[in-house]
Design a protein around this ligand. Structure first.
Ligand code: SF4
Length: 349
């Protein structure tokens, strides 16, 4: 049965009209789940009983169970959510001063196969629905003090967001609309390994979310090894579409680079990055690797990170080294899912 947040507001209005209900009911119904935290249709007391019964017959209100909730000393909280079909996804709340950023997943697993990532180890099971994407936001919102709101969203968890654009965009519409969670598109970032046709679709849609392209390597030869999907795409095509997105949206591009000891952290790699990105008005986020159990990759030494950073800065790159948050709670994407047994629900007789 579909999630109550799967249909767009227009689709819900159509569903209501087919049952002789006024369109304003769509706003009321959504308010109950987005802001009033209704746990059941029964609680939506300002809706007619017949409508509540019809909703219950056609939709599900909450489809996830919290399989695990971990909290780190730095305030980072991570949820492992079990979906109705048993699939599991991860989402994270990061606290930094007044910022309350959430990182959400877009798919169950991932097909991109980045060799250092736990999420892609078993491939992709399926796309998340729009309702499942929004439900992550609501589950994380519930971890925040009641008088505070989420401030930023990064779609950087499990999965390749641009491979699930048809469900992601309606979910982000709910996140950014005033009747929804009211988070400005300027504070929403979509992270991608770089799928040019999907970047073009984003450009053509005229949405103004931030785009973060995960590079992880400064040349195709190394990137083909670290991000196998690159073999069919290539850096030039990705950068060309990213540049178009920047021109059309005015949103400064971000590039992500996970720094792996002895693999992509050499001085020549930093120099190649300067050549690759030098002329762009962009931010380069360098993230020292969070080790994943069973994978042969390590965090670079402080010295290697410092040298890498110096070369980038001397080359005029606007670079930011991101702190690794939540190390103690398996915060690297995909790790919690692999280390936690599934939730078993015993049905009441
Ligand atoms: S790093 Fe991101 S794109 Fe790459 S396999 Fe992991 S989830 Fe997929």
């Amino acid at each position: 049965m579909p999630h109550l947040l799967d249909p767009t507001r227009n689709d819900l209005e159509t569903w209501l009209a087919e049952r002789g209900e006024k369109s304003f009911r769509a706003r009321q119904v959504r308010q109950w789940i987005l802001h009033r935290r209704a746990a059941s249709f029964e609680q939506m007391t300002d809706l007619p009983k017949t409508l509540r019964e019809a909703l219950e017959k056609d939709f599900t209100l909450w489809t996830t169970q919290i399989a695990r909730h971990s909290q780190s000393e730095d305030g980072t909280e991570k949820l492992l959510l079990q979906l109705a079909d048993g699939g599991r996804i991860e989402c994270v709340l990061l606290r930094d001063g007044t910022r309350r950023t959430i990182c959400i997943s877009s798919q169950v697993g991932c097909a991109m196969g980045c060799v250092f990532c736990a999420s892609g180890l078993d491939g992709v099971d399926r796309n998340l629905t729009a309702g499942e994407i929004v439900e992550q936001m609501l589950r994380l919102q519930q971890l925040v003090e009641p008088d505070l709101r989420l401030s930023h969203i990064v779609v950087m968890g499990m999965g390749e967001p641009l491979a699930n654009l048809d469900r992601l965009l309606p979910a982000l519409e709910v996140a950014s609309s005033e009747a929804g969670l009211g988070i400005s598109p300027r504070r929403i970032t979509i992270s991608t390994v770089g799928l040019p046709p999907a970047i073009r679709r984003l450009t053509e849609r005229g949405v103004h979310y931030n785009l973060a392209v995960s590079l992880h390597a400064p040349n195709d030869e190394l990137r083909n090894r670290l991000v196998p999907v690159n073999k069919n795409i290539g850096l030039a095509a990705i950068l060309e579409e990213a540049d178009h997105y920047f021109e059309a949206s005015g949103r400064r591009l971000t590039f992500e680079y996970v720094l792996l000891a002895g693999i992509n952290d050499q001085q020549e790699h930093a120099r190649q990055l300067v050549n690759l990105l030098g002329s762009r008005l962009a931010l380069l986020n360098v993230i020292p690797y969070n080790p994943v159990a069973g994978l042969p990759y390590a965090t670079p030494s402080n010295n290697a990170s410092r040298r890498f950073r110096e070369i980038l800065e001397q080359g005029g790159i606007n670079v930011q080294f991101r702190e690794r948050k939540g190390d103690k709670i398996n915060a690297a994407c995909g790790q919690l899912r692999r280390s936690t047994p599934p939730v078993v629900t015993i049905a009441a007789k």
